[in-house]
Every structure is written in C-alpha cells, then in structure tokens.
Write a protein that binds this ligand. Structure first.
Ligand code: GTP
Ligand code: MG
Ligand code: NA
Length: 350
C-alpha cells in the first residue's frame, strides 16, 4: 500500500462559474494573495494555475479534525474566467481537470454561465462540488474568519439561519430544474448521485476548510486510478505569452509525466494574422519555470527554475520559436526512440 500511495499525482481542480461569483477571490483566500484586485475591471481574462501543497491543505483543514490521510502531494487549481465571452477558456479548463468547483453566488442563484459550466462538466462526466459563495452577504452575518462553515453557521442568529436555508432550498430547486440532484455537504448521504454544496465566503474564509477537505477526500476516494502517476507525457498549452526578459513563453499544464530542461518538444503552430497553419514547431526547452507554491502562474512574479519537473504542475516554458504556438493544443516530447516526423503529423491533428 505504501508504494501505491507514493505514485499518486496531484489532482487538477478547475474552478468554474458565472462572472463575479468569486472564483478568483476564493483562490486568493486560500493562497493569501491579492490576484483579483490586480485584474483589469476585476474580470479574469486568462486561465490561471496555482499549486497548493498538501501541507497547506492540512493546515487549512486541521480544525475539522478529519482523520483523512492526504495521499496526494497537493492540488493543482485552474482558475477560469466566468465572463460569457470566454467559453473557449472554460472549455479548455474543464477539459484538463480531474475534479471541479462550480461556484454559485448565494444571492443570485444559478446564472447563465453557471448552467453553461455545469453542462461542460456533465459532458465530460467530471466530478464536482458546488461552492455556494458570499454567505457573508446574508443580512446580519457574523464573521468567523476562516472557520469551518459548520461552526460558523451555529453562531449565526435565527434570522440568518432562516435566510440561509431559504436560499439553499432555492438553489437546490434551480439545480433540480437542470436535472441535477444537489444537497448540503453535511446532509448528503448519496455522494456520487447527489452533488455536495459547500457554503463559503471568499472574503472572510468561512467554509474554505470543508471545501478543501471535500475536494481532496472525493478525489482520493473515487479517482485513484486516474490519479496514479504515469510517465507518459500528457501536457496542454494554456497560454502563449511574451514576458519581458524571457521572450515568448508558453504556460502549460503538465497532467502526467516529467519534463526536463533541454527536452525536444513539438507544439502546434498557427499564424493568426495570415490565418494559416504554420505547421508543427520543433524546439527544445530552454528553461522550466514555476511560480512559488501558492502563487498564480498567470501573474508575473519570481520564478523557480527546475532541471526537471514532475506532474501535475502548471509550468512556464521558455524556448525558441514559440511565437506562433497555439493555446489549447497538446505539447509532445520527442523521446530517444521517437520519429519526429510522426510526432509532427499528430501534433497538427489536434
Ligand atoms: P470572473 O473571473 O471575472 O468571472 O469573476 P470571479 O468569479 O473570479 O469573481 P471575483 O473573484 O472577481 O469576485 C467578484 C467580486 O465579488 C469582487 O468584488 C469580490 O470582492 C466579490 N466577492 C467575491 N467573493 C466574495 C464573497 O465571498 N463575499 C463577498 N461579500 N464578496 C465577494
Ligand atoms: Mg476570476
Ligand atoms: Na470578477
């Protein structure tokens, strides 16, 4: 059993939902960062990636006294935009993940991109939990900073509890209208058929412990096979970006396998201005960079240089000729026994 536990990779968790439900703010609360306030218009316009080590999850969930062991090294969280014009990015994010958090604003209930996200997740049979966010907006809410929601709820007045129950019932009904059974996480006896709702506040942190624990427990319980580390490279390009001092870089999510500095890679190329396929780009990895744990990949900051890096991780790659790399396509590594021409052909089929 020891052996098996060591081979699990970090689950990839996508955070999705309607615009301004608090997706980025929830991540800020977990990371203790301020990414959301730095966004233009407070709107997320790119996919992000943040690595949360198991020790941070353990720390944030310790009050729950759950004796659940963490068998995964951490959690790789993918932030997505909720604005309606970024459906392609939501689709890309949901296509990458093992599990998801669907965020719903408790004051608004289900909104158009909630339903769109829900359908993307159902299309791929992706497991998810619902974060019913902004509970601190309930009239008269008493702040219990970073407390488990179970504890925070008991400290609320009868009026707050009644309004809460009323809004939860409403949201459950709205999900039912979409053909989905949902229930508050602590009342959910039928996980698997019925999706769990965890009330949260991204501003005062209530419910974050339960949200993290539920995610990791569910992933560990139901996805052992999927999360068993495999050396076969599975890697997707998230973004192509020019970074001062680094030139054109690609941000990738490495789902499985190991990448090394110097690895020969092939990615799909496209010239947007001429609207023509350029053909495959064959280059080699100059540097493998990650942000520090608990920092967002899409925000420029200090990078850690790696000689090699193991999945699952969000990584910035620098290399020559990446200017026309295509976001959303697969990255291939040319192994010692591989035929480059064959790989080049399969790259362009994506
Ligand atoms: P997009 O990425 O643009 O779709 O938005 P988002 O879902 O990431 O929401 P974001 O984190 O940008 O938050 C939107 C607004 O809601 C911001 O003004 C946040 O401060 C506020 N907000 C987010 N979560 C909470 C919460 O739990 N309580 C309260 N009161 N406000 C919140
Ligand atoms: Mg956001
Ligand atoms: Na926003």
């Amino acid at each position: 059993e020891e052996e098996g536990e060591k081979t699990l990779r970090s689950p990839i968790c996508c955070i999705m939902g309607h615009v301004d439900t608090g997706k980025t703010k929830l991540l800020d609360c977990i990371r203790r960062t301020n990414v959301q306030e730095g966004e233009a218009g407070g709107i997320t316009q790119q996919i992000g990636a943040t690595y949360i080590p198991a020790e941070n999850i353990r720390e944030r969930t310790k009050e729950l006294k759950a004796d659940a062991k963490l068998n995964v090294p951490g959690l790789l969280v993918i932030d997505t935009p909720g604005h309606e014009s970024f459906k392609n990015l939501r689709s890309r994010g949901s296509g990458l993940c093992d599990i998801a958090i669907l965020v719903v604003d408790i004051m608004h209930g289900l909104e158009p991109q909630t339903i769109e996200s829900l359908n993307l997740l159902r299309m791929r049979n992706t497991e998810f939990i619902v974060a019913l966010n902004k509970v601190d907006k309930l009239y008269g809410w008493k702040t219990c900073r970073n407390a488990p929601i179970g504890k925070a709820m008991k400290l609320q007045s009868k009026d707050v509890q009644l309004e809460f129950e009323h809004r939860v019932t409403q949201v459950i009904t709205e999900f039912k209208e979409q053909g989905l059974n949902t229930e508050l996480y602590n009342k959910n006896k039928d996980r698997g058929e019925t999706y769990s709702i965890v009330p949260t506040s991204a501003i005062s942190g209530e419910g974050i412990p339960e949200m993290l624990l539920l995610l990791v427990q569910w992933a560990q319980k139901t996805m052992v096979e999927k999360l068993t580390y495999s050396s076969e490279i599975q890697c997707t390009v998230l973004e192509v970006k020019v970074i001062e001092g680094l030139g054109t870089t690609i941000d990738v999510v490495l789902v499985n396998g190991v990448l090394h500095e110097g690895d020969e890679i092939v990615v799909c190329g496209f010239q947007a201005s001429a609207n023509t396929l350029l053909g495959p780009i064959h280059t080699s990895i100059r540097s493998l960079l990650t942000p520090h744990p608990m920092k967002e990949l899409r925000v420029k900051g200090a990078y850690i240089h790696h000689k090699e890096i193991k999945a699952a991780q969000g990584i910035k790659i620098t290399a020559q000729n990446l200017e026309h790399a295509v976001a959303g396509t697969a990255l291939y590594v040319v192994g010692p026994d591989d035929d480059v021409e064959e790989i080049k052909e399969s790259v362009m089929d994506d």
